[in-house]
Every structure is written in C-alpha cells, then in structure tokens.
Design a binder for this molecule. Structure first.
Ligand SMILES: Nc1ncnc2c1ncn2[C@@H]1O[C@H](COP(=O)(O)OP(=O)(O)OP(=O)(O)O)[C@@H](O)[C@H]1O
Ligand SMILES: NCC(=O)N[C@@H]1O[C@H](COP(=O)([O-])[O-])[C@@H](O)[C@H]1O
Ligand SMILES: [Mg+2]
Length: 387
C-alpha cells in the first residue's frame, strides 16, 4: 500500500481517490476548505493554503508520503523540487507541476524550446504593457492571467476599448500571487480536443481516443469521445503531446489541449493530471477511465492497452447562485433516461457558474456522437441547483 498526498480535492481528485481506494491505496486529501469532494472519500484530510510553502512543508513532513499528486495548479510548486530530492515521488514530476502552474513556463517551453505551433503570444505586467502587447499580437486576442484555470480572469479583446476591462478582469481572476497576463492571438479554430496522454515508467507512452469539447467563458460545457479528427491531424497532435510530456518528465496522465484549425493543429496548454473534459471517460467509454489510468501509471502497474468501448458525452451542471447549502432537484427525471447517469460532486457550497456535477450519456460506437452530446446536454438541463 502506498501513501498518497493529494493536493487539491475537487471533483477530479474525488474520482482519483475512488480509483486509488479500489486498488488498496491510502490517500490524504488536501485543499483550502473543509469537506471538499475528495476529502469525503479519502482516509484522511488536511485543510491548508497550498500556496503557503511552510504549510505545505509541514503536512509533507507530517505524512511523509510515497507520492504527492497535485490536483490543481495553484500550489507552491517550487517546493516540489525539494520533496523530489527527499525521495518523494511528485506526480508526474516536480518539473511538470511547476511548469504548468504558470502559463509562461509551459508556453515558452512548448513554443520556444520544442518549436510546437501555438498562437502568437506576449506577456504584460501592467495595463500599459497590455496595450503594447495587444498592438503586437493584433485584435481579436485572448487575455488570461498567468495563474488561473477554468477560464477565470479570461476574456477576449474585440476592440481597443476592451483592453482596460480585460486587464482589470484578469487581475481579479488571478489565482495565486503573480500579477501578469498572457495575450494570445485568437485562433479561429474549427474544433478543439483534449488528447489524454499516459506516460509510463518503463513502458511506451499511450494515447486515449481524442476528446472533443465546447467551451464557454473559458470553461468546458460538454465533452465527448471520440472527437472527429483526421488521421493526419491526430498524428500531428500525438507527436506534439509526446514531445511536451517527454520534456516535462515522469509518469502519469496528462490532458493535452489542441485547437484544430484550417492552417493546422495548435498546441494550447496541458494539465499534468486528469482533465475536466476527460470526465467523459466516467461513462466507461474506455477500458480504464482517466483516473484509473493516472493511478496505474503512477504505481507502475501495467496498462496493456487503452481501448474505446463505447461512445460517450458529458455535460456540466452549473450553479447559478451563491449558497451555503445547495440542494438539487430533478434527479428522478435524469434517473428515468436510458444510457445516462449522473455524478454530483458533493461541493459543500455554490457560487454562480460553479461546476456541481456532470451528466454522462453513452451508446454504442456506431451511434453518432452528436446524438449522445445532445442527450447529455438536454438531460443536464433537468437538474436544478437550488440555493
Ligand atoms: N488563443 C485562443 N484562441 C481562441 N480561443 C482560445 C484561445 N485561448 C483559449 N481559448 C478558448 O478558451 C478556452 C480556455 O482556455 P485555456 O484552456 O487556456 O484556459 P484555462 O483557464 O487553462 O482552462 P482549463 O484550466 O479549464 O483548461 C479554450 O479551451 C478555448 O476554447
Ligand atoms: N479546469 C480545472 C478543473 O476542472 N479543476 C477541478 O475543479 C476543482 C475546483 O473546483 P471549484 O473551483 O469549484 O472549487 C479542482 O479541484 C479540480 O477538481
Ligand atoms: Mg484549458
């Protein structure tokens, strides 16, 4: 039995803990608030500010785990290099977690060091620098805080008047202690995919069938597997994913995001951990879901192959109001739908747009994926989050 400290205890962590429990592992779930989803299923929990290096040092010393599994980006990841030196395995590697906590490190690695095709980009630390950066990449463009996720602080600049607003919004949405933004040229893509990529300790890198998704406000709304993609674009994406995951090192599952455009495949960003759009694999679209794959790769358990077992889709259930005690209605309506299931995450409180659950729909590999997406989407509308 291995001891795992999980840093971040949201919906993705919860499913990871369930996978770990099923294979007999011991998990200490950590987050900044009590009763977080993964804490509800782990053996132990800790509540700390994960951006506080001293607080992090304390719980790592207290539990002395075999593995540290980051589940969010906003962690004092600089400390990870020390933990690695102490002989603790950081998943997938200290470098992977540290480089992806800040958009700058991963973007420069991908675009400059590895030469992957990305949107043209600049950085800015003040509203004035943002003016200059926007002039250089051109309008329309997308502004994101260097430290944020799920679209927080992200906006699209369509006219010069948007620049000031975009700066303020990015500063407000910034997670962590860095006040800096990336400005990216807007990529007019036809579709976007997540390529779940599994790196292993002593076996070759594996790819899951590509996942398609649709985003609003920088946050995913529906995802589906498999995504429509040409064999040549898939090969291109796989080659880029192999390059960037190899440069980051370690074993584990990564969610590598790409835009598919008329002028080629663009690398966007990646998560060195299970991806939210990968929750579609909870519909048993694959022989192992993304959380099981992450765990197996970490423990060096063999993964013989990854196979598509059926087509599936996920659609998010979002809250619309602040509540200290949210409840749900419509569960019986969802239960009445065939080939459809529901996962409520158990988040103790709600706020506007907070993701509270997903609806999962599936059907045979012969069924058009659009039909399954429509069903998941329509079914998710039946659930109401009550404040
Ligand atoms: N340069 C761009 N051009 C066009 N659309 C973009 C661009 N950058 C981001 N987007 C859109 O915004 C979405 C979110 O962007 P991104 O993945 O960078 O944000 P994030 O906050 O890291 O999200 P997450 O943590 O959920 O992956 C993308 O999936 C895409 O739909
Ligand atoms: N795109 C990243 C992502 O989906 N992360 C997932 O959301 C949780 C935070 O949710 P919260 O903001 O509702 O607490 C994280 O803990 C993780 O599970
Ligand atoms: Mg993303």
């Amino acid at each position: 039995m291995k001891k795992i400290v999980l840093l971040g205890s949201g919906e993705l962590g919860k499913e990871f803990v369930i996978a770990a429990q099923r294979l007999g592992q011991y998990v200490i779930a950590v987050d900044s608030y009590e009763n977080a989803p993964a804490m509800q299923v782990a053996q132990e929990f800790e509540v700390i500010n994960m951006l506080d290096g001293n607080a992090l040092d304390k719980i790592i010393a207290k539990h002395n785990p075999d593995f540290i599994v980051p589940e969010i980006e906003a962690i004092r990841t600089e400390r990870f290099y020390d933990y690695e030196k102490q002989g603790i395995k950081v998943v997938p590697s200290a470098k992977a977690a540290n480089f992806t906590m800040n958009r700058k490190a991963i973007r420069d690695l991908a675009a400059k060091d590895l030469g992957l095709k990305t949107a043209n980009y600049r950085y800015a630390t003040t509203a004035e620098e943002l003016q200059k950066a926007v002039a250089e990449v051109g309008i329309p463009c997308v502004v994101k805080p260097l430290m944020s996720s799920s679209g927080k602080g992200q906006s699209t600049i369509k006219t010069e008047e948007d620049i000031e607003k975009a700066w303020k919004y990015a500063v407000e949405g910034s997670r962590g202690d860095v006040i800096e933004v990336i400005v990216e040229a807007f990529v007019n893509f036809n579709s976007e995919i997540t390529l779940l990529t599994v790196t292993q300790n002593s076996a070759p890198t594996l790819f899951c069938p590509p996942i398609g998704h649709r985003q609003e406000r920088g946050d995913y709304q529906e995802s589906w597997q498999p995504a429509h993609i040409s064999p040549s674009q898939l090969k291109e994406a796989q080659e880029m994913a192999a390059k960037v995951t190899e440069a980051l090192g370690g074993a584990g599952l990564f969610g590598v995001e790409f835009f598919l455009a008329n002028d080629g495949v663009y690398f966007s960003e990646l998560s060195p951990r299970p991806h939210d759009t990968g929750m579609v694999t909870l519909a048993n679209t694959q022989n192992f879901n993304e959380f099981e794959l992450h765990l197996r790769a970490i423990l060096s358990l063999p993964i013989e192959e990854i196979t598509l077992e059926r087509n599936g889709a996920s659609a998010v259930i979002l809250a619309s109001e602040n509540s200290e005690k949210p409840t749900f209605s419509g569960i019986e309506l969802v239960a009445g739908k065939s080939k459809t299931d529901l996962r409520l995450f158990g988040k103790p409180t709600s706020r506007p747009y907070r993701r509270m659950g997903v609806v999962l729909s599936y059907d045979s590999t012969e069924t058009p994926i659009e039909e399954i997406v429509e069903k998941a989407k329509a079914t998710a509308q039946l659930i109401k989050v009550n404040a």
